[in-house]
Design a protein around this ligand. Structure first.
Ligand SMILES: [Cu+2]
Length: 132
């Protein structure tokens, strides 16, 4: 799911803006979410096609382009902000992290902070992502 090209195309079709052929004005960032999860895989250093993979708990406020909210617990890839260090984080660790929905990465979300939780932290992967 990537909303940006659709929104830009719609703006161009409506005749908005003069730079539609080349220049794309940046879309605003979406919401940030505080989430817990377990590390399933680490990105390969120097390979931008690989991502941190996390089994995350439900994210009730996750926003979709059609206005729905809420993401169930699942394993998914996460781009990492260049300023975020993964030092000391290993597969199997439980973590707390902040993920921001943004059109500036692909997939369109990015981890802006991450911290390791104490060993033995029990996570709940039963959440279906219903909004609260
Ligand atoms: Cu997910």
């Amino acid at each position: 799911m990537f909303v940006a090209p659709v929104a830009v195309a719609a703006a161009c079709a409506a005749g908005l803006g003069s730079g539609c052929s080349k220049k794309v004005s940046p879309l605003p960032d979406g919401p940030s979410h505080s989430v817990r999860g377990q590390i399933e895989g680490l990105p390969v250093a120097g390979d931008a096609r690989t991502f941190l993979r996390i089994h995350h708990e439900e994210i009730p406020g996750w926003a979709y382009e059609d206005g729905r909210t809420g993401m169930a617990a699942m394993v998914m890839p996460f781009p990492i902000d260049p300023g975020v260090s993964l030092e000391g984080i290993a597969v199997g660790d439980t973590v707390a992290f902040v993920v921001k929905q943004t059109p500036s990465t692909q997939p369109p979300w990015v981890i802006t902070s991450i911290t390791k939780l104490p060993a033995g932290t029990v996570l709940d992967f039963s959440g279906r992502g219903e909004p609260r």
